[in-house]
Design a protein around this ligand. Structure first.
Ligand code: ADP
Ligand code: MG
Length: 462
């Protein structure tokens, strides 16, 4: 019927607009490498902030002592207690707790957010057991993983540039987030020093390096997306400080804000961006990350309901609610292997109040999931190729068979199997014969341990 033809036409158009042939991915990778150069050359030289992290040494394995970490970056935050035992005992003990952030605090005031965090941290510190060994007379120290763009001024200080991922707390922008946390800890009576302020990518890089000395970069695919890597300090023209002894400097790319004319943007992406909390920003992130994939799907379904009566004569009211369709639900539909696609059917019913969908309808929805997620997966592979190009590690060098390991983490990478597989196979395809020397490693919650390790290596007692 006409309805089906129209629906099929919308899907076909989406598929074309979301296309990521290898040639296009190479253009994206090249553009990424160009922007990396520009962002390193001068402050504000690129959409890529290429933030200097002040981390010039990654963990060695010698780190010792009791350290805390706090990971704030999405809808949850985690507090972590780690007993580091040096070369022989490594991470001797690790305890954590996860706390969800009440949505009103994500758009409230800085004090309210940090008071909530400090209170949860204090509660966790109060559970410290007899077997935790803080040297007598010492202050507890914390690695603070804060996964939003921060202009670092030292390893333990930095001002918030902007919020992303659904956070919007006006009075925190421009503030030193370590100062904000420290004041809140004082207000709740918690005596703790922030020894290192890091991004989750930096934490993941540090945790990854602790486990494997070949780790050179880290990528997060979660609510948002970002990457960090180890750069040669002399290749950072905008760095006017002393060259670090190691010769290295870790760079937080903030690649979520990458944009390029080569990116395959659709009308749905454009509309979502315009209506977002941060229009015009985080364009790469909005194509790739977990916060947005389900919302893109919802927008396509909305148009199909409106223009092709895809769900019948009326538009299901729930379908009009932004962000009602979450990426984990999209992923569940995408992975539905039942012959009647019953997971798709029940998600439509439970989330959108759309009962009794036909198999034909369900199949088309799985196709949409595929188009949207595979585009994101392939673009993230192109981003990784961009980093490898910048480092000259995208080709096989005869002299040295150097291995490059990239530490990956984040809920999207971890749980969205089809996304992960497409990302990994696309990277292989892009690298060709060099793919033998590039390894992707899942760094499971490496960012928390990584932050604790960096707190240890920046302890006031060293
Ligand atoms: P954050 O990025 O907020 O620090 P995570 O790395 O745990 O936290 O990522 C959480 C994100 O991962 C969620 O917002 C969601 O988009 C995505 N995610 C979680 N579970 C799944 C899933 N089963 N399928 C697809 N995406 C998922
Ligand atoms: Mg995270």
């Amino acid at each position: 019927s006409g309805r089906w033809a129209k629906a099929a036409a919308i899907v076909k158009e989406l598929e074309e607009k979301c296309g990521t042939p290898i040639g296009k991915l190479r253009q994206v990778a090249d553009a990424m490498a160009v922007e990396m150069h520009a962002g390193l050359a001068s402050e504000g030289g690129s959409k890529l902030k290429m933030i200097i992290s002040f981390v010039d040494n990654l963990p060695t394995g010698d780190e010792k002592g009791l350290f805390y970490a706090l990971d704030l970056g999405g809808t949850n935050f985690r507090v972590l207690r780690v007993q580091l035992g040096g070369k022989d005992n490594r991470v001797a003990k690790q305890e954590f707790e996860e706390v969800s952030i009440p949505p009103h605090l994500m758009v409230g005031t800085s004090d309210a957010l940090f008071d909530f965090i400090a209170a949860a941290l204090k509660k966790f510190v109060d559970t410290e057991g007899e077997d935790s060994h803080l040297s007598p007379g010492r202050q507890r120290e914390l690695g603070f993983t804060f996964s939003f763009p921060v202009k670092q001024s030292s390893i333990a200080a930095g001002t918030l540039i902007k919020w992303t991922k659904g956070f919007s707390i006006e009075d925190a922008v421009g503030q030193d987030v370590v100062g904000e946390l420290t004041k809140a800890m004082e207000r709740v009576g918690l005596d703790m020093r922030v020894a290192a302020l890091v991004n989750d990518t930096i934490g993941t890089l540090a945790g990854g390096r602790y486990d494997n000395p070949d780790v050179i970069a880290a990528v997060i695919l979660g609510t948002g997306t970002n990457a960090a890597y180890v750069e040669r300090a002399h290749a950072i023209p905008k760095w006017h400080g002393l060259l670090p002894k190691s010769g290295d400097m870790v760079i937080n790319m903030e690649w979520g804000n990458f944009r390029s004319s080569h990116l395959p943007l659709t009308e749905y992406d454009q509309a979502m961006d315009v209506e977002s909390l941060n229009p015009g920003e985080q364009i790469f992130e909005k194509l790739i990350s977990g916060m947005y994939l389900g919302e893109i799907l919802r927008r396509v379904l909305c148009r199909m309901a409106e223009e092709a009566a895809f769900f019948g004569d009326t538009i299901p009211p729930k379908l009009k609610i932004p962000f009602i369709l979450r990426t984990p639900d999209m992923s569940a539909m995408h992975h539905d292997t039942s012959s009647d696609l019953r997971v798709v059917g029940s998600k439509l019913k439970d989330i959108l109040d759309i009962p009794n969908t036909s198999l034909k309808t369900r199949k088309l929805i799985v196709e949409l999931c595929d188009i949207i997620s595979i585009r994101g997966a392939r673009l993230s592979a192109a981003g990784i190729l961009g980093i490898l190009k910048k480092l000259g590690r995208d080709t096989v060098r005869e002299e040295e068979k150097q291995r490059s390991v990239i530490a990956l983490d984040g809920g999207l990478y971890e749980h969205y199997t089809k996304f992960r597989e497409a990302m990994e196979s696309t990277l292989k395809e892009l690298l060709g014969e060099a793919s033998d020397t590039i390894v992707i490693e899942h760094s499971n919650d490496g960012s928390g341990v990584g932050a604790a390790l960096l707190a240890a290596s920046h302890s006031q007692y060293l």
